[in-house]
Write a protein that binds this ligand. Structure first.
Ligand code: AMP
Length: 187
């Protein structure tokens, strides 16, 4: 199973990607987590990405595309994966298509989770309190949601036109949301 998990910040992509990862026995690959690991460890990639992440802007495509290309070529990704937080703009869609073409594989589905803006804001504020992420301040949250609307939301119609989009209500109990996603994927 090769899946994208899409939707705005705070919609629960990471939580659902982790549950789907255990369900299908495939890795959940989050570009945000890869960046945060590199920030924490002060790697050259982390140093280059820091200013963008702190402002809530997208990290430049050439950096992001190359980490995804390397990660999808790892042995544990051979049987499938769930990509969380990538692609996030039109040029990343083109890059992902090229990566998949080189690997001779295709996507199964793109799962789009949705929730009202007040639910998203509430979840992000709670996450800021529990995880202490540097990019969960009110100003940066606003920038990240704006970037999502402008750059990423239009990608849903790209995957819909390709017949890959599965839209799922991201509100309610975590397990119920997971059951909804799996039911859609197995239809
Ligand atoms: P996330 O945890 O997915 O919200 O990602 C946190 C931050 O990492 C984002 O606000 C971006 O600065 C950066 N990031 C994550 N994924 C991408 C991506 N696909 N393209 C560019 N920047 C990204």
């Amino acid at each position: 199973m090769r899946l994208l998990i899409m939707g705005p910040q705070g919609v629960g992509k990471g939580t659902q990607a982790a549950l789907l990862s255990s369900h299908y026995g495939i890795p959940a690959i989050s570009t945000g987590d890869i960046f945060r690991f590199n920030l924490k460890n002060h790697t050259p990639l982390g140093v280059k990405a820091q200013a963008y992440i702190d402002k809530g802007e997208l990290v430049p495509d050439e950096l992001t595309n190359s980490i995804v290309k390397d990660r999808l070529a790892q042995p544990d990704a051979a049987q499938g994966w769930i990509l969380d937080g990538y692609p996030r703009n039109a040029s990343q869609v083109v890059a992902l298509d090229a990566i998949l073409g080189e690997l001779g594989i295709d996507l199964d589905k793109a799962v789009a989770l949705s929730a009202d803006r007040d639910v998203l804001l509430d979840r992000m504020v709670k996450r800021a309190a529990s995880e202490g992420r540097s990019d969960d301040t009110p100003e940066v949250i606003t920038t990240r949601l704006k970037t999502y609307e402008k750059e990423t939301a239009p990608l849903l119609s790209v995957y819909s036109e390709r017949g890959k989009l599965v839209s799922v209500d991201g509100t309610g109990d975590v397990k119920d949301i997971q059951a909804r996603i799996i039911a859609e994927l197995e239809k």
